[in-house]
Structure formats: C-alpha cells, structure tokens
Design a protein around this ligand. Sequence first.
Ligand SMILES: NC(=O)c1ccc[n+]([C@@H]2O[C@H](COP(=O)([O-])OP(=O)(O)OC[C@H]3O[C@@H](n4cnc5c(N)ncnc54)[C@H](OP(=O)(O)O)[C@@H]3O)[C@@H](O)[C@H]2O)c1
Length: 260
Amino acid sequence: MRKTVLITGACINTGVDIVEKFAAEGYDVVFTGRSADSVAAAENRYREKFSQVAIKGYVLRSLTEDGLANEQGVKDLFDTLDSEGVFVGTLVLNAADQGLNMKIFENPLSDFTNVLNTNVVWNYCLCEQSAQRMKQHGEGSIVFVNSNTAYRAIPDRIAYVTSKGAQLGMMRALTLDLGKYGIRVNAVLPGMIRTDRWEKNPAFYAKVPSRFTPIGDVATGADVADAVYYFAAHARNTTGAELVVDGGNTIQLYPIIPEE
Ligand SMILES: NC(=O)c1ccc[n+]([C@@H]2O[C@H](COP(=O)([O-])OP(=O)(O)OC[C@H]3O[C@@H](n4cnc5c(N)ncnc54)[C@H](OP(=O)(O)O)[C@@H]3O)[C@@H](O)[C@H]2O)c1
C-alpha cells in the first residue's frame, strides 16, 4: 500500500523541505496552504520535481471569519480525501501563526486568540480527524513541528510562545490517548531556521549563529525535515518524544558572546 503524508502550511519555507523529503523517500503527499494561487503554484513545482509520487495541494484556512478554528474545513478536507481513497498515515503539523510583534498592552485579545486558535485548536481538529482514520487502520504517526520556544520565551511573542507550550501538552496527551490504536505522536523542536524571514533579517542576525548556537549554525529546513521524517518513518517504538533541532541553542545557561 502506498504511504501518504499530509503536511500543513507547505507552500513556502520549512514546509517545502518537508514535502520534498517525503516525496524523495517515495511518499505520496497531500499539503495545505491558505491561498489558492500559492497552493496551485507549489503543486506545479512539486509535480515537476517529483513525477514518481502523487502530490496534491488543498486550500485550507485555519480560522473562520469569526476567528474560530476552522473545524468544518478540516472535516471537509478529510471527507474529500476519503472520497478519493486517500489514507493519511502520517500527519505533519507544520503551519503556524508566528504571532510576531505582540505587545501585551497594545494588541487586542483577538490577536492572542487567533494565534492560539490556529496553532492549538485547529491543530487539534486536524489530529482528531486524522486519528479517526488512523485508528481504523491500526497505525499512524503525528508529528508536530513545534519550537524550542516551548521551553524558552522570546520577547513580544507571547501568544506564539504560549501556543508552542500548549502544543507540547497536547502532544503528550495525544500520545496517551492514541497509543492503544497504534498511533505515535512526537514533536520536533527547531530553534532558528534559515527561512525567507531569516534571509531578510537585519545585519545583527548575521552574528546569531556563533553567539547563540554551540554548533555555530542555525538549522536549514532540510535539517528539520530530516527530524520529522525520522519520527514518521524510522521511530517505530518512539512516541511522546521531543527532538530538538537548534544547534544546541537551548542547552546553554548563557549565550556565548565572543569578544568583538
Ligand atoms: N522559522 C523559524 O525560525 C522557526 C523556529 C522554530 C520553530 N519554527 C516552526 O517551524 C514551522 C515552520 O516554520 P516556518 O518559519 O517555515 O513557517 P512560516 O514560513 O512562518 O509559515 C509556514 C506556513 O504556515 C502557514 N501559516 C502562517 N500563518 C498561518 C495562519 N494564521 N493560519 C494557517 N496557516 C498559517 C503559512 O501557510 P500559507 O501558505 O497559507 O501562508 C506558511 O506556509 C512552524 O510551526 C514554526 O512555528 C520555525
């Protein structure tokens, strides 16, 4: 039977590397994005590069007009996949609202709840729908692309940091509740990743790798994709686990500040 992975938020950045890793390993890929144009463009790029596997993109928004988690959209997507005979054996929860520049005294509550509703509640809906199908098949793997900010806070990102901590709690609870159905649940915790945001960062960030990572470099999307793939494909007896991919960033008591 062919193996299929569903990857959320996979039109740009890390999601692209995760799609490419699974496709290169022979998985069929279902991915999501919020815009029809970017989903279609990404689907064309993937199909051109990986003709040997089936790759299909779907538009899926995380929130309704009212700012609630888009539960119906998730159900509709899984119903569509059922009707197409597609069983998602691996779910990769990559999409995230970064909740940038969130000031506790300035931002409205809705900015906070939007991030939580995307990063926690919408992901819960995706887990629930996919786990229903995995339970019927007696196996499955769910991988959260989490963050080392689940353990170490960063400034002006209160909703994001809260959401990543909550995701880890959800990962552990799902591990307990779903283990008896043969479903494994794990989390990859990247630190900084070389995304397009990284490339656009001010000059200050050029010094970040040597100052803040013992290994002297930040992750590429491919590093994160390798860790996700490990949980999905190789870790038969591993569930409820966290794999940190941050160059040793969070292991330090103090950042290393070399003399100028
Ligand atoms: N970048 C880092 O340095 C870093 C560090 C630690 C952890 N992470 C985690 O790694 C994962 C990937 O990071 P990334 O930097 O590659 O992600 P990204 O570029 O910020 O976004 C990835 C995808 O998330 C989707 N997304 C963004 N806001 C959304 C929203 N409100 N609702 C639904 N989808 C939304 C976007 O899909 P659309 O195509 O629909 O826009 C986008 O393609 C995330 O879970 C992130 O938290 C990243």
